[in-house]
Design a protein around this ligand. Sequence first.
Ligand code: PEP
Length: 256
Amino acid sequence: MKNMLIAGNWKMNTNVFESQKLVEYILGFMKTNDNLKSRVLVCPPFTSVYAIGQIVKNSELLLGAQNCYFEEKGAFTGEISIPMLEYCGVSHIIIGHSERRSYFKEDDELINKKLLAILEHHLTPILCIGETLDERNQGKTFDVLKNQLDKDLSGVSKEQIDRIVVAYEPVWAIGTGISATREQVVEAHNFLRQLLIDKFGENANSVYILYGGSLSEKNADEILSIENVNGGLIGGASLKGDSFCSIIQTAEKYVV
Ligand code: PEP
């Protein structure tokens, strides 16, 4: 039994109306299944963040953002600051997602700046890390994960480590319908837990380590039952209310 966080990353999907519909479905599920022990988070696109914040503000449903900039304000056209998100009711911010690393060329130095700024504002970063298929095939998975963690968590103290959520997201499993196998997930999550403990001490035992990559209602039980998996970061399946809620129900079997 363990802590669980089920997080939906809606990516660049849903307009304000569609976001509201989806969140109302999830809230309806949470009402009929009250006393859920798993934490549940949705990360809509920026255009829906304020509207969703108004809907969830007196509920247990947490609100997240998919990105942020590290500066507080100024001449950064097109960027969104952490205080702006905080004002909307955001508690978690995804950073280092592989889509941002690859399409928008975000490097570990930038991700680290975002992570430290999020901590400074007392919000929770969800740091995504993961290897590409080439890296896995070349036997570099653990080196890649260690390298990303070392760089992205640079400057984080032992006292801060349990305020960070880590999401292991093998790049080749994201949006492909091909999830990592149970053995691959066990191996990667055990490795990450040990790495965090070696670097940050016992506080790292309470870090949520999420799995992401084609997690669905079909494979949720196989993956969420793994000891060092504290939930999931879910893309495609989080856009369907029934699939997302079914994953929450599965998480409830393993949560403390
Ligand atoms: C993600 O976007 O973080 C993700 C894991 O997507 P999907 O569930 O669609 O693979």
